[in-house]
Design a protein around this ligand. Structure first.
Ligand SMILES: [Mg+2]
Length: 414
């Protein structure tokens, strides 16, 4: 079975895209990778900011909002400013940010960002809140501090996070529909491909955390049976169950996916049911992906070491920012597997992914694209464009949003 998986990865159209680092049997599949090796990979220093000789003392961290977005703005005592756009969950997570996360960073040296992220986990017993609600808030502070440091160093954040290795990022277009018929959904996917020239798509299967129930009778099987034929052999096709199945049903659906040329099966089982997910991975030859709700580096380690997923998908917001996502990516690299981050961000979530993609060697070949580049791409110089199925990585300092964009123009402090 293991050899089958490798064979399929090499032979199926586009799947080399998913597992670019998997030209050999992965270390996890061979069962020869230790927890200690993965811990070591995760713990290695991430930031490359040695040229910053003087302290960068954090003076303030503010949350602002306008009609459409929330922003976190960090200022240093020397007047440097970093700004990030949060995901939409800031609308109700802000008390955690303001009371339990931001105060810890005030007065600290931003150059110590890596250790500060460990420190804020302990501060005021925040680890008792460990989960997405806490780590989103940490991520927003981290993003804004990285923006600030990048502006001081006049470098994009990818350079601070290890070094830029790519400037164009091919994307897959994700459809979130579960209320379409198979025929309607294939038409939606075809339209996305036509509009973006993307070479990869993702569609939803199952009912979403639904104990094996489909969103409408027969939709999942019907869609799997027609999508490859309708989209042709040059498109990479991902399917996402959002935890719809137990392992028995997931294996049944996964085998159908294998028969009909689907290239990756995302979150077959409830996200925290790691043993069930591994059971599915062991039974199938197509790669299983997962991790979008995961916020524990040790549970990511378990997934990688036990080959429960063949593609890890940390969310850059949910899992606490770039540094922690890079720690996950490095464990995956150690095991010879790739990473495709989940994208939760709103207006510029796709840009968060672009920066991560710019500096992550073991990246899957297609990254998630949602949002509207025609509204936010002009915030950057040069503007971001989706051309031939790929988006250019911002090259400006920090996160790359220009001062001309004046994104806080209509924002009020919260
Ligand atoms: Mg998903």
């Amino acid at each position: 079975m293991k050899c089958d998986r490798r064979f399929l990865m090499k032979s199926t159209v586009g799947i080399a895209a998913v597992a670019t680092t998997k030209s050999r049997l992965s270390a996890a599949e061979e069962g020869r990778i230790s927890a200690a090796e993965l811990d070591k990979a995760a713990a290695a220093p991430v930031l490359k900011i040695a040229s910053l000789r003087s302290p960068v003392k954090i003076a303030s961290i503010d949350l602002l909002r306008d009609r459409n977005n929330h922003f976190v703005r960090t200022r240093s005592t020397d007047g440097a400013v970093g700004i990030c756009v949060t995901n939409s969950r800031a609308a109700y997570l802000y008390p955690i940010l303001q009371q339990l996360v931001a105060p810890y960073f005030i007065g600290k040296d931003a150059r110590d960002l890596e250790s500060l992220i460990d420190g804020v986990y302990l501060y005021r017993s925040n680890y008792k809140l460990s989960g997405l609600a806490l780590w989103c808030c940490v991520a927003w502070v981290e993003f804004s501090v990285l923006d600030l440091l990048g502006k001081i160093m006049n470098k994009p954040v990818g350079e601070l996070l290890g070094g830029v290795v790519r400037r164009q990022v091919p994307v897959y277009v994700a459809s979130g529909n579960r209320d379409t018929t198979p025929e309607q959904e294939v038409a939606v996917l075809a339209r996305h491909i036509e509009q973006t020239n993307a070479k990869a798509v993702k569609f939803k299967v199952g009912g979403r955390m639904s104990n094996n129930a489909d969103s409408m009778p027969g939709r999942t099987e019907g869609l799997i049976r027609i999508v490859r034929k309708k989209l042709g052999d040059n498109i990479t096709i991902f399917a996402d169950a959002n935890g719809s199945y137990d392992s028995r049903k997931a294996i049944e659906i996964g085998k159908l996916m294998q028969d009909y040329g689907i290239n990756m099966f995302e979150e077959p089982c409830p996200f925290d049911h790691l043993e069930e997910t591994k059971r599915v991975a062991d039974a199938l030859s197509i790669p299983i992906s997962g991790g979008e709700q995961e916020t524990s580096i040790r549970r990511f380690r378990w997934m990688v070491q036990n080959d429960a997923v063949q593609v890890v998908q940390p969310d850059l917001h949910y899992n606490g920012g770039y540094i922690r996502a890079i720690r996950v990516a490095r464990m995956a690299a150690e095991a010879g597997i790739s990473v495709i981050p989940h994208m939760s961000g709103g207006g510029v979530g796709y840009v968060d992914v672009l920066h991560f993609a710019s500096c992550t060697p073991n990246l899957g070949d297609f990254q998630e694209y949602k949002g509207n580049i025609s509204q936010t791409g002009s915030w950057y110089d040069p503007p971001l464009r989706l051309r031939k199925g790929a988006v250019n990585v911002p090259t400006g300092p920090g996160l790359g949003i220009t001062e001309d964009a004046d994104i806080l123009r209509d924002a009020e402090p919260m």
